[in-house]
Every structure is written in structure tokens, then in C-alpha cells.
Design a protein around this ligand. Structure first.
Ligand code: ADP
Ligand code: MG
Length: 451
């Protein structure tokens, strides 16, 4: 087979994978050689290779065989010259993977095919963000502009943005939806400056229907970029075009960002993704198992393994996913059921890293700082409200964020009884639902402890 004949064969795939997938995933494959029944292809990135293999591997193989090629297996690899120049890889995928539109001029980055609403698991910590994203993805009248999504690393901001983009494009294929990171925005801007092509840059961004800028905190402190972003932003809002922005923190908490931009960012709907809870993590794991059950057909997972992971890996979803994938790969390799023991062996390092846990002492320090009281008063016997409330908050956080039992927590709070701790925890649970100041304090403390 030659590269040219591959060119003909692959075209047959358009009908079975769809034009989009074809452009995004099949076209960028570069035929390398065919030997001993193994057809080898070059891919721009390892991720892409895995993705294509997982999702289109069978179809490609079929098509090759149909075309009379003597192929039993296909392989994907990143050419070594390209592997050295890592920075080239994303550009290449980007050019190839421009979603849906033929409009090659659009400045966006590629969308990840896995990041759709279908694969997004909704739970308490992300339900508001999800609902807002859904609403925006329906298109139609722009109700909140911008939609500002924020939250810690790996909590699903990028996933939601891509999901919105996919959905919008599905509903109205002609819509010019542009997704890119703030870094890419800056890169484009600087490039335009260098090439003295600002007019084209402005036209490009003013012409989109929906603009999504991911990780906007990156433009903080970069004055010219901020300025340009501000103008782009205003121009689009004036035209009633939807803008969606994400950040790792709330608009007013981004240091080095101009006040007028903060107020612009706050002018629509600001929603945050809270740290995951156990139920959400378990839900995500179950969904992933389902999602990958085709690829790892014969893999058995012992009861309790997913629960164990959801308990023990609470850092972020990305780490959780990575752990599960590693476990799958390992299970497939050794060819036996994934037991709890195997899990502990295989993920020892990940588990140890998530064990580097918050201590009761840290919580006490943070809480007394936050309420501006002395540590000795927080732990001590005084029962006035100014000390008692922060004390209960610290107890509550200790119960939530450490694996200490109630008696153990009691001991660390000046030898209090476990019933006192339990009472404190319950009280804060009640207050959290009624008193938004307390809810906010808890969230703030939790974030800073988990950071
Ligand atoms: P962020 O942009 O907030 O850092 P990402 O959107 O990149 O996080 O999410 C990290 C990983 O976790 C992605 O693979 C994403 O699909 C997955 N993920 C996060 N939240 C969810 C969720 N609620 N349901 C399913 N997958 C999720
Ligand atoms: Mg992200």
C-alpha cells in the first residue's frame, strides 16, 4: 500500500465516521508502512493515536481489509522528529481538527470529542454550572452574558465549555463557535502585533457568534492582551453575541486583572464548580467504566474497587480518571480480575500522594486565622460565640476533610467528648443551608486547605 492508495481507502470512511470525525481524526493520519500484516500510521500526538485507535481502529482495519490489503493490525506512533519538537504537535492537530465548519479562518482550538454533555456526570458540586451550561448550549436569546465558570483544576470547566460548543454546533451547524484558551488568544494577539495585522485580528474575533475563552486568569498582568480582550469582549456583547469564560477562581479574586474587566466578567452569570464529593466521584468512575467497557471487554472489576477509589482519590477528576485508566491497562496486561489488592498495588503512588492529607492542626490554624482569633481560644474552653462558632466550623471541616473519627477530633480540640464534636458538625450543617455567609466561609476555607 502507498500513501496515495491510503488516501483513496480512507475516503471510504467518511460515510461511516461522519465528515467531522473524518476531518478531525482520520485525515491527519499519515501512512508509514505495511509489513507482516501490520499497517503503521504516524499521528501528531500520542493522545490522538490512542483516541483514533480506541474509536476508529476497527473501522480503519475493516476498510483496509475490504480494499484487499493484507492487514491484521494497525499501529499508531508519533514520528520521533516530531516528538522532539513538542510545540509543533498541538498546532498540527489544531489545524486539522477545527470542528465542523469548513471556515478555515476561525481562530479556535480543537474540541475534544469526549467532552460532551453525554459524558458529563452531574452531581451536587457541579449542578448549577451544568444547568447554566445547558441553558447557554440551547442557543437562542442570550440571557446571561458572559457565562463565567470557575473552579479548581480538573473539575470539568474545559469539559463543560467543549460540551457547550458541540451542542451549539449540533443545533446550528452554521454558527461560528470559537473556543480557545486565554493563552492562545494572547498568542494570536501578539502574532498579529508582530505581523502588523491588527485589523485582521479584530475582524476575526468580532465575526464570531459565540466566543469561549478558557483559563482567562492567564491574561492577568498582561496589559496589552487584557486591553484587547476587553475590546473584543465589548464588541461582541454589543452585538449580543454569547461569551463564555472560565477561570480557576472568581473574577474579583484574579490578581492583576483590571477592575473594569472584573466588572465586565461579573456582569453576566458567575457560577462555580465545587470540589467533587464522594457521590460524584463514584458516578464519574461508573460512567468511565461504562464508556471504556468496549475497549476492555473482558475486564472484571471486583465489587468495592470503584468505591475505594472514590473514597481515596479526592484530588480532582483528572487524577481519578488517570488512575482508572492505569488500572484498566494493568488489569488487561495481567489478564485477571481487578481486585482491591491489585488496585492498591497498581496505584500505590497515586494513593500515597492523595494521602498527603489535610490535618486537623492545619484546619485549626486556617480557621483561627480566618476569624482572627487565637489558636488557644479556638481549642480552649471558652464558650462565647466568637470562639464557639469558629470552633464548630473547624470541627466540621475536620470531619469532612480528614479521615479522623469523632473521638479523635474531640481529643484534638482540647479533649472534648465525641458527642460535642457531633453536635458541632450538625450545627454547621444546618447553618450552612441557612446562612450564606457561613456557606461562603466554609467554601473559602475548604478551597484554601485543599489548594
Ligand atoms: P478543568 O478544565 O476544570 O481543569 P477538565 O474539564 O479538563 O477540568 O476535566 C478534567 C477531566 O475530568 C476531563 O477528562 C473531564 O472529562 C473529567 N471530568 C471532570 N468533571 C467531570 C464530570 N462531572 N463528569 C465526567 N467527567 C468529568
Ligand atoms: Mg481546563
Amino acid at each position: 500500500m502507498t500513501n496515495e492508495s491510503w488516501g483513496h481507502i480512507r475516503e471510504e470512511l467518511i460515510s461511516s465516521v461522519g465528515k467531522n470525525n473524518y476531518t478531525n481524526w482520520i485525515e491527519p493520519l499519515e501512512f508509514s508502512d505495511l509489513e507482516d500484516g501490520v499497517a503503521k500510521f504516524y499521528v501528531p500526538t500520542q493522545f490522538m493515536g490512542n483516541w483514533v485507535s480506541r474509536n476508529f481502529g476497527d473501522k480503519i482495519l475493516n476498510q483496509l481489509q475490504k480494499a484487499g490489503q493484507d492487514v491484521a493490525r494497525i499501529e499508531f506512533s508519533v514520528p520521533s522528529t516530531r516528538r522532539v519538537r513538542v510545540e509543533d504537535a498541538p498546532k498540527k492537530t489544531q489545524a486539522a481538527a477545527q470542528p465542523s465548519r469548513n471556515d478555515a479562518d476561525l481562530p479556535g482550538a480543537p474540541l475534544d470529542a469526549r467532552f460532551t454533555f453525554d459524558t458529563f456526570v452531574v452531581g451536587k458540586p457541579n449542578e448549577l454550572a451544568h444547568a447554566a451550561a445547558r441553558r447557554v448550549a440551547e442557543g437562542g436569546t442570550v440571557t446571561f452574558n458572559p457565562l463565567f465558570l470557575y473552579g479548581g483544576v480538573g473539575l470539568g470547566k474545559t469539559h463543560l465549555m467543549h460540551a457547550i460548543a458541540w451542542e451549539l454546533q449540533k443545533r446550528s451547524p452554521g454558527l461560528r463557535v470559537v473556543y480557545l484558551s486565554a493563552e492562545q488568544f494572547m498568542y494570536r494577539f501578539v502574532q498579529a502585533l508582530r505581523e502588523k495585522d491588527m485589523i485582521a485580528f479584530k475582524q476575526l474575533f468580532r465575526a464570531v457568534d459565540v466566543l469561549m475563552v478558557d483559563d482567562v486568569q492567564f491574561i492577568a498582568g498582561k496589559d496589552a492582551t487584557q486591553e484587547e480582550f476587553f475590546h473584543t469582549f465589548n464588541a461582541l456583547v454589543d452585538q449580543n453575541k454569547q461569551i463564555i469564560v472560565s477561570s480557576d477562581r472568581a473574577p474579583n479574586e484574579i490578581p492583576g486583572i483590571e477592575d473594569r474587566i472584573v466588572s465586565r466578567l461579573q456582569s453576566g452569570l458567575v457560577v462555580d464548580l465545587h470540589p467533587t464529593n464522594y457521590e460524584l466521584r463514584l458516578g464519574i468512575l461508573q460512567q468511565k467504566v461504562e464508556q471504556y467497557s468496549n475497549q476492555f471487554r473482558d475486564l472484571e472489576i471486583q465489587d468495592g474497587v470503584l468505591e475505594f477509589l472514590a473514597h481515596r482519590i479526592s484530588t480532582n477528576v483528572r487524577v481519578l480518571e488517570g488512575a482508572l485508566m492505569r488500572l484498566f491497562a494493568f488489569g488487561a496486561l495481567v489478564g485477571r480480575e481487578i481486585t482491591l489488592e491489585l488496585t492498591q498495588d497498581c496505584l500505590a503512588d497515586v494513593l500515597r500522594a492523595s494521602d498527603r492529607k489535610i490535618t486537623v492542626e492545619e484546619i485549626q490554624r486556617k480557621v483561627s486565622d480566618h476569624y482572627n482569633i487565637r489558636l488557644s481560644d479556638l481549642i480552649g474552653p471558652k464558650r462565647v460565640r466568637t470562639f464557639a462558632r469558629p470552633r464548630q466550623i473547624a470541627m466540621f471541616l475536620s470531619k469532612q476533610l480528614t479521615s479522623r473519627s469523632l473521638p479523635e477530633i474531640g481529643r484534638r480540640f482540647g479533649g472534648r467528648d465525641h458527642t460535642t464534636v457531633m453536635h458541632g458538625v450538625r450545627r454547621i450543617e444546618e447553618l450552612r443551608a441557612q446562612d450564606s455567609q457561613i456557606a461562603e466561609d466554609l467554601e473559602l476555607l475548604r478551597r484554601s486547605l485543599e489548594a
